[in-house]
Write a protein that binds this ligand. Structure first.
Ligand code: ZN
Ligand code: ZN
Length: 143
């Protein structure tokens, strides 16, 4: 499947050919911290199936296994985009939050459920709104 995406500010864009049956949800603590959300969605692709335009910034993190992983993000807006081996990478992980076709990409598996946030199971029971209406503003400062 052909996909394309961009960071929030548009400095980095990309196209890729992916297998839509290989989409993963990752509940690991690193994904939670680096995305500011309960989990990330990702798909791995051969590195030559991905064309990146622009120069993402790299942050090298040490995984629980001791492996080094380069995390690539936009240097301007900070959008997380990719992950790969720091050297001689043969595959690349694409973060699907920045992919235009993300609504069509239903995950096949979930990783690191050990650290999955407990309230996710009841997410559809938490009240909400189609747009911003349910936003809870900061309480007024106590006098
Ligand atoms: Zn950007
Ligand atoms: Zn993760």
């Amino acid at each position: 499947m052909h996909i394309d995406g961009a960071c929030h500010c548009g400095l980095i864009t990309f196209t890729a050919e992916i297998d839509p049956a290989r989409v993963m949800v990752c509940h690991c603590a690193d994904c939670q911290v680096m995305s500011g959300s309960p989990f990330r969605i990702a798909v791995a692709a051969p590195i030559d199936a991905v064309a990146i335009h622009g120069q993402p910034k790299r942050y090298i993190k040490v995984a629980e296994s001791g492996n080094l992983r380069a995390q690539l993000f936009c240097p301007e807006c900070g959008t997380p985009l990719f992950a790969m081996a720091p050297e001689n990478a043969t595959s690349i992980i694409i973060r699907l939050g920045c992919v235009k076709q993300r609504a069509e990409l239903t995950p096949a598996v979930q990783l690191w459920q050990r650290s999955s946030l407990p309230w996710l199971r009841g997410l559809d029971r938490i009240p909400g709104s189609p747009k911003q209406e349910a936003f809870l503003p900061a309480p007024s400062r106590p006098s």
